[in-house]
Write a protein that binds this ligand. Structure first.
Ligand code: FAD
Ligand code: NAD
Length: 468
């Protein structure tokens, strides 16, 4: 018989929950993790980071074979898309990843409670399994890591067939001829890139005057220019007023709020990608856990909710909705529960958009620094002048480093270009160590690599780049 008493029960097995479970078990805590989905790993592994990056990789390979290989002296003919095979590849990867978490749970002796968890009291979690059977478990500590769900717009119903969220857009069984995407953020641009490469005509309708509006303006301007060149259509400053489904087609109405021009596009699929909202289960409200002004679980610096032994992490609390942020919070909470000093540095959380080229950023934007009245200097270096990027014929974009005018400390790094999603780790590490642009400029970078563009951007802060 299973002992129903635990040191910690975690509700939700996404990157926040499963990482918290592993760290808790490592620290000797008797740990259980409840998951209502059939497989472990949450949004990220099942319908988020992993399947989207798989399709980004596969669609990029297809596009290269179709458009670039012959020019490079690699003769290929009769390139054909087999979408169902591509989807099987993606599905197999997802299964491997979720099985990987199952293995890690077994290895760390974490109890996997299958079913829907709800907090009954400050120390009791009830789990209802697929057959409807309810079991109660006792826990000294409870961690809410129930993640987030797609947001929609008033009057628009996501049916996951014609009007879809990212989940539907990861599994189309045919390439849509005409795809309308509402929202020019992470999901809109990543999924838009996938389907554009596979042959869709893609139009992104964005409410604001730029895409990825929270990023540094230099980046969003360049990003828009590059994606337009790739053939994605953009309707900025535009508000969708209605989406109607007629048989197997949709009609999207939108109005440009600057010119007042109204437009209507008929399409096969509409992807609603206007953000995600915290997944708040009603049980937590019943026991008195407080939410903040944006309907997220309110937590203090130690991730404690308004009930002391109940913690919350990941997409369900404030901060960027990113897997690595959820993971780091999972580790911090496990350490706090075990009596250690868990901590997350929110000033240094990198973010990457996995389009082609990639966009990667960490730290403050110019606009944020202006708002905070902080005087800064900027160093910029284009990949056009980077030898590796030029050799690879892949030289769109630039590296931009922002430093404090007085101390030279790096405050923000914003990059667009190939491999920047990997390169951002160097900058995050530099910022964690409080590096200056001088430190980076004097660090020897291997030649020829894309990372030399970082060193050159650091040199450019004092107007002394070598190759530009
Ligand atoms: P989630 O991953 O959402 O997990 C929560 C889990 O809790 C779910 O499995 C849910 O079933 C379970 N649950 C909820 N309520 C209950 C309950 N009552 N009982 C039991 N279980 C419950 N982030 C990145 O950093 N990089 C990326 O490349 C990236 N790509 C993305 C692509 C897409 C298409 C999407 C949608 C998101 C992407 N994200 C990415 C965001 C990332 O997926 C989330 O930030 C991350 O998954 C949040 O982790 P979490 O643990 O807080 O919640
Ligand atoms: P997002 O916040 O990235 O982008 C939403 C976009 O929709 C914004 O540009 C916003 O201005 C726009 N918008 C909002 N309301 C609108 C309206 N009424 N009409 C038109 N446009 C509107 O959200 P998302 O793309 O849905 O992704 C959700 C979250 O998932 C992201 O914020 C991110 O945290 C996470 N994610 C991360 C990655 C990654 O790390 N590579 C990839 C996918 C998703």
């Amino acid at each position: 018989m299973m002992d129903n008493n635990f040191d910690v029960i975690i509700i939700g097995s996404g990157p926040g929950g499963y990482v918290c479970a592993i760290r808790s078990a490592q620290l000797g805590l008797k740990t259980a993790c409840v998951e209502s989905r059939k497989t472990l790993g949450g949004t990220c592994l099942n319908v988020g980071c992993i399947p989207s990056k798989s399709l980004l990789n596969l669609s990029k390979t297809y596009q290269k074979a179709q458009k670039e290989f012959n020019n490079l002296g690699i003769e290929v003919s009769n390139i054909k898309l087999n979408l169902s095979k591509m989807m099987s590849n993606k599905n197999k990867l997802v299964l491997d990843f979720t099985k990987g978490v199952e293995y890690l749970f077994k290895k760390n002796k974490i109890t996997h409670l299958k079913g829907r968890g709800s907090i009954q009291s400050t120390n009791t979690v009830a789990v209802v399994d697929d057959s409807g059977k309810k079991s109660n478990y006792k826990a000294k500590n409870i961690v809410i890591s129930t993640g987030s769900i797609p947001a929609s717009l008033p009057g628009i119903k996501i049916d996951e067939k014609i009007v879809v969220s990212s989940t539907g857009a990861l599994s189309f069984n045919q390439v849509p001829k005409e795809l309308i995407i509402v929202g020019g953020g992470y999901i809109g641009l990543e999924m838009g890139s996938v389907w554009k490469r596979l042959g869709s005509r893609v139009t992104v309708v964005e409410f604001l005057d730029s895409i990825t509006p929270e990023m540094d303006k230099d980046i969003s301007t360049e990003f828009l220019k590059i994606l337009k060149k790739q053939g994605i259509n953009f309707k900025l400053d535009s508000k969708v007023t209605a989406v109607s489904v007629i048989k197997d087609q949709a009609v999207v109405d939108f109005t440009n709020h600057k010119s007042q021009k109204r437009e209507r596009i008929q399409c096969d699929k509409v992807l609603i990608a206007v953000g995600r909202k915290p997944n708040i289960n009603s049980d937590i409200l019943k026991i008195g856990i407080k939410l903040d002004s944006k309907n997220r679980v309110q937590v203090n610096k130690k991730f404690e909710t308004s009930i002391k032994n109940i913690y919350a992490i990941g997409d369900v609390i404030k901060g960027p909705m990113l897997a690595h942020k959820a993971e780091d919070e999972g580790i911090a909470v496990a350490e706090i529960i075990a009596g250690q000093a868990g901590h997350v540095n929110y000033d240094v959380i990198p973010a990457v958009v996995y389009t082609s080229p990639e966009v990667a950023t960490v730290g403050k934007t110019e606009d944020q620094l202006k708002e905070e009245n902080i005087k800064y200097k900027v160093g910029k270096f284009p990949f056009l002048a980077n030898s590796r990027a030029k050799v690879n014929n892949d030289y769109e974009g630039f590296v931009k480093i922002i430093v404090d005018e007085k101390t030279d400390k790096v405050l923000g790094v914003h990059m667009i270009g190939s491999h920047v999603g990997e390169m951002i780790a160097e900058m995050a590490l530099a910022m964690e160590f409080g590096a200056s642009s001088e430190d980076i400029a004097r660090t020897c970078h291997a030649h020829p690599t894309h990372t030399e563009a970082i060193k050159e951007a650091a040199l450019a802060v004092d107007k002394r780049p070598i190759h530009f």
